[in-house]
Write a protein that binds this ligand. Structure first.
Ligand SMILES: [Zn+2]
Length: 306
């Protein structure tokens, strides 16, 4: 495996904003859809991890650009004779294809974006990019529905769709590929990695300000606020999770810096941000153990340890 998947920054930020503020309906819907999509991708990784061996290279979550068009690849499996491109969908419930259009048919009929078109677009952009880079490898594109509670009515059989019930057979097929990779595959993988963009420049975040956000420490499991701090640990009343105070404080600092990259980390600020740690000494101790202190007295602040 060449590239692991990590939670997209946009999702981490929206997760934090969702817990700390009331987002409007559009942002909230975007957050839930990103969150669901990401959970689907994690399910896919988990399911496919046994495919990974010395005869393939797996790159997850690539954000690439070809001729000013940005496209995202959920997973790319490189085998010696073919590249497998995966678009993973965590759709749940009943869906229908009618005259080429896709609908969700849970409560009433609602047209949705055609995921096959999205797949075709990604495949075409990837093919052009590979050609430009000088790797005209054949590509097989797949639309994977990972959620077992997904049903698609009137699905044509000739489409590159993998349903949950077909995934296991597909995985066995990939596992049996034994042709050895060439140096050019590794070269291509490295090139794609170097072209990968960390941040989508077109993602749009809701507006937010420090003063408007609810302060406190969020439980990493269920994303509700810890109610109180007891000596050395935090206990979540919602999910029963327990966390040592230092990890919790450091996590909260990371979250703060994700939302406000320009902010200067001071004891007072972290005291305010974490809210339930009522003792500044505890904050100061954690900061001095895990960060470098710059300056003295009231104007001092903390930066990452080198
Ligand atoms: Zn919890």
């Amino acid at each position: 495996m060449i590239k692991q998947r990590s939670e997209p920054l946009e999702l981490s930020m929206l997760k934090s904003l969702n817990a700390r503020s009331v987002m409007n309906a559009t942002d909230s819907a975007k957050f839930h859809s990103l969150d669901k999509g990401y959970r689907g991708e994690i399910m896919f990784d988990e399911y496919m991890k046994e495919v990974s061996n010395e005869n393939n290279l797996i790159l997850n979550d690539l954000l690439l650009e070809y001729k000013s068009t940005i496209f995202q690849i959920d997973s790319l499996f490189q085998f010696s004779n073919t590249l497998h491109l995966f678009e993973v969908k965590n759709f749940e419930g009943d869906f229908l294809i009618d005259e080429g259009k896709w609908y969700s048919i849970g409560i009433g009929r609602k047209e949705i974006k055609n995921p096959l078109l999205q797949l075709k677009r990604t495949e075409s952009l990837l093919r052009q990019l590979l050609q430009e880079l000088g790797y005209p490898f054949p590509i097989e594109a797949h639309l994977v529905f990972i959620n077992p509670n997904f049903q698609l009515y009137q699905a044509p059989a000739d489409q590159p769709i993998i349903f949950p019930s077909q995934l296991s057979r597909f995985r066995e097929k990939l596992k049996s590929r034994s042709a050895v990779l060439k140096a050019s595959h590794r070269k291509l993988a490295n090139q794609l990695l170097s072209l990968h963009m960390e941040d989508n420049p077109y993602s749009r975040m809701p507006e937010y300000q420090y003063g408007e956000l609810e302060k406190g420490i969020i439980c990493p499991t269920c994303h509700t606020f810890y109610p109180t701090f007891k000596k050395t640990y935090l206990l979540c009343h919602e999910c029963g999770g327990i966390e040592g105070y230092k990890t919790a404080i450091i996590r909260s600092i990371k979250e703060l810096r994700l939302l406000f990259p320009e902010v200067k980390v001071t004891t007072n600020l972290i005291y305010d941000w974490c809210k339930i740690i009522k003792d500044k000494k505890t904050i100061r101790k954690t900061l001095s153990e895990h960060f470098n202190k710059i300056g003295h007295g009231k104007s001092s602040y903390y930066v990452n340890l080198e």
